[in-house]
Design a protein around this ligand. Structure first.
Ligand code: NI
Length: 172
């Protein structure tokens, strides 16, 4: 495993559509392992392959909530419900954090690293992260999802803190 350079927002590759993964081989696994290492090194909660300059529809996520790493290959959102507001950042856009609008709950279909198909329903902060990373596979940045009328920032951050604390308590 090795860390890879994370491309920054001026890089036009971030606006490209990533390609569907058809080979679930060691080359893909090496990419995924490197993405996880890079995500941890940069203290992120998610990373898409395009951010390490690989145009594969592949995403890694670790919300640091005890659930470990989630790998999404060829992820597609098939259903969205409700809306939520969250303050987002991005490893490709360091130092910038803004409020976005995201669906509260999504259904996502994806393959795992062995090519096995999965359907999953997620909500809350996990849904925000899935949306953010899946957007990357389509050349979309969180800057394209900003709430034009942002809430009071402190209130929103406090709400996010409480929600994460509750989540941790649930896991006990
Ligand atoms: Ni990002």
């Amino acid at each position: 495993m090795a860390t890879r350079n994370v491309v920054k927002k001026e890089d036009p590759i971030l606006r490209k559509q990533s390609r569907v993964v058809t080979k679930f081989d060691e080359r893909l696994w090496e990419l995924l392992d490197d993405m996880v290492e890079t995500m941890y090194a940069d203290e992120g909660v998610g990373l898409a392959a395009v951010q390490v300059a690989s145009l594969k529809r592949a995403v890694v996520i670790d919300l640091q909530d005890g659930d470990g790493v989630t790998e999404l290959i060829n992820p597609v959102i098939t259903k969205e419900e409700g809306i939520q507001y969250e303050i987002e950042g991005c490893l490709s856009i360091p130092g910038e954090y803004y409020e976005t609008i995201r669906p509260e709950k999504i259904t996502v279909e994806y393959d795992d690293r062995y090519g096995e198909h999965h359907v999953e329903e997620v909500e809350g902060f996990r849904a925000v992260c899935y949306c953010h990373e899946i957007d990357h596979t389509n050349g979309i940045l969180f800057l394209d999802r900003l709430n034009p009328e942002p809430h009071d920032r402190e209130e929103l951050e406090e709400r996010a803190r409480i929600r994460r604390a509750e989540k941790n308590n649930e896991r006990g």
